[in-house]
Design a protein around this ligand. Structure first.
Ligand SMILES: [Zn+2]
Ligand SMILES: [Zn+2]
Length: 214
């Protein structure tokens, strides 16, 4: 057994409990995000043209947060955030290398998707306070639009990342845009490049700005 296969076995034994279900985990991510988006859309009230600008601006902001979080928190030991570093650099990158990128079953979703608790925590700790601040500084519509983008971006991140780790022969892997993004993530999983290249998981805007695209 090579070292990657041995790590996978050890990880599954230590971290994936018998009651874990990858399908349920994915269903939770989708339901939480789409349910939240629906609730926010329902709150919008006669959005003015300038308020719609929140959508592209929040998208850009989310892309840079994704970039910065991945580059400076997931690949560097930051005091107090060591758990995120260990989970990503120590586990995700050892489970998946450029030589073995594919999941081997639904239960391996555990190594790709954010844990549900962490997701609810981040949403409560960052998106909600920032939304409240925006509502206070600007308008309620701006705040709802911001939360819509935050949830949509998060869902897009999880689905794309999961798609990159599907087996090579899956039909999704042939979609042109997905093929290009997937290639960038493959390169990021090369142990020699992981701490220096391709930090965007979704669209490489941050990598383009900071010149870290491989
Ligand atoms: Zn990955
Ligand atoms: Zn990484």
């Amino acid at each position: 057994m090579n070292s990657n296969a041995a790590f996978r076995e050890q990880y599954r034994q230590e971290h994936i409990g018998p009651r874990y279900s990858g399908r349920f985990h994915l269903a939770f991510v989708i339901t939480f995000s789409l349910g939240g988006i629906a609730l926010c859309i329902w709150q919008l009230d006669a959005v003015r043209p300038l308020e719609w600008l929140t959508l592209p601006l929040a998208f850009l902001y989310a892309n840079l947060v994704e970039y910065a979080g991945h580059r400076w928190v997931m690949h560097r030991k930051v005091p107090g955030l060591g758990l995120i570093y260990r989970r990503h650099a120590g586990q995700h990158h050892r489970f998946f290398t450029d030589q073995s990128m594919a999941l081997e079953g639904w239960r391996d979703c555990k190594v790709v998707l954010f844990p549900a608790v962490l997701m609810v925590f981040f949403f409560g700790a960052f998106a909600v306070p920032l939304g409240l601040l925006l509502a206070w500084l600007t308008t309620a519509n701006v705040a709802w639009l911001f939360v819509i983008v935050a949830l949509g971006y998060y869902l897009n991140y999880e689905l794309l990342h999961l798609a990159y780790h599907l087996p090579e022969d899956s039909r999704l892997a042939d979609l042109p845009l997905l093929k290009r993004l997937r290639r960038l993530h493959y390169l990021h999983h090369d142990p020699k490049l992981m701490a220096s290249k391709n930090f965007n998981i979704t669209y490489p805007i941050g990598d383009w700005l900071f010149k870290t695209r491989a």
